[in-house]
Ligand binder design. Structure first.
Ligand code: ARG
Length: 351
């Protein structure tokens, strides 16, 4: 198929040549508020108290994050990639929401299908509706595109068991129960017909079953056994750099576990060889420094990486990648990096 004849959504891996992508916008972002149990299970302990209703990120931080997102979008445009942006200036504080900067958490392309997350956190329930409806409207003009919107039934606030104490979270006890489908799409990575996912404090069995029900014919989900008591989003744990080469966080997943998945059995698997360090400022309010693995691969040869992270740039280059540096520390501060801030819509050589 030529590029112009490709559907507006046509992507099922993380490395084929990127032709169309969503890049988020911070808007008037605030700390997402959620029941204490959900926050404590996932957020850095030193910042837990900030996650209160109506607590905005500092205006200067947001302004810098927006500038970084715009610059990142400009880099992608200059590469000839079609870039979709959500509504500007959304007041997430007034909406008691979070931000529009992390669309990976809420949307996932699989073939010609776009699946909306059934977010576990109530404050994120309307994030895609509010920030991304006009993009979804544009994409749905192409009859070949199928969009699976979050159903009303997935809004029920039943995910917390009242009788379980706040501090019982362990690697085998998730903050949420299985009473309704819950998943963030960032708990999944696409490897062609195989999607690799993780259970987490925001993704439960009913959520995985829900995705399985909607997946286009021929696709399947396999769950990765990840050792992460704070699990929320798989995209700082594994990253395929190209077909046949994956980098991973060895503190969370083993090579043996990765190889157990047939799609990875013959891949080159490289553990990140350093302990990543958080920058001195701005703080990583919502994540660990493992965002170094949260890069965006453009085509299996080039990868967008945080400009100041020379250690990661050198390492990716030693693995045969060409790095495109982009400043992104302020976006990192509000919750994620290049992978989180994007949704790939078209990757050219996908099946
Ligand atoms: N929970 C991960 C960590 O702290 C960060 C994942 C960010 N990903 C995202 N899609 N927002 O290392």
């Amino acid at each position: 198929m030529t590029i112009s004849s490709l559907p507006l959504v046509h992507a099922d891996d993380e490395w084929s040549p990127l032709r169309a992508v969503v890049v988020g916008r911070a808007g008037r972002a605030c700390f997402p508020s959620a029941p204490a149990k959900m926050i404590k299970a996932t957020m850095p302990s030193e910042h837990v108290s900030r996650f209160q209703p109506g607590n905005p990120f500092h205006a200067k931080l947001i302004a810098k994050a927006e500038a970084e997102l715009d610059y990142f979008a400009a880099i992608l445009c200059a590469e000839g990639i079609t870039v979709y942006r959500p509504e500007p200036d959304i007041d997430w504080v007034a909406l008691n929401g979070y931000t529009g900067a992390m669309p990976r958490d809420g949307l996932m392309s699989v073939g010609n299908m776009l699946i909306e997350a059934c977010f576990a956190w109530p404050c994120r329930a309307k994030e895609i509706e509010i920030g991304f409806s006009s993009i979804l409207d544009d994409l749905s003009k192409d009859q070949r595109v199928q969009i699976v919107r979050r159903p009303e039934s997935a809004f029920a606030n039943t995910l917390l068991d009242d009788n379980v104490a706040d501090n019982t979270t362990t690697a085998t006890t998730w903050a949420i129960n299985n009473s309704r489908p819950a998943f963030d799409t960032a708990d999944f990575m696409r490897f062609g017909c195989t999607i690799i996912g993780q259970y987490s404090h925001v993704t439960n069995q009913a959520g995985v079953d829900y995705i399985r029900k909607y997946l286009p014919a021929g696709y399947s989900i396999e769950m990765l056994d990840v050792d992460d008591p704070h699990a929320m989003h798989i995209d700082a744990t594994i990253l395929p750099l190209r077909d046949g080469l994956l980098v991973y966080n060895p503190t969370k997943v083993t090579e043996t576990e990765l190889r157990r998945h047939a799609v990875l059995a013959s891949w080159k698997l490289h553990a990140y060889p350093y302990t990543p360090k958080a920058p001195s400022e701005p703080p990583l309010y919502m994540t660990s420094p493992w965002l170094c693995l949260n890069a965006l691969v453009l085509d299996g040869k080039r990868v967008v990486v945080e400009a100041s992270d020379h250690q990661t740039i050198q390492w990716y280059e030693s693995l045969g990648m060409q790095c495109i540096p982009c400043p992104f520390k302020h976006v990192n501060s509000i919750g994620g990096s290049f992978h989180c801030a994007t949704v790939d819509l078209v990757r050219e050589s996908s099946a």
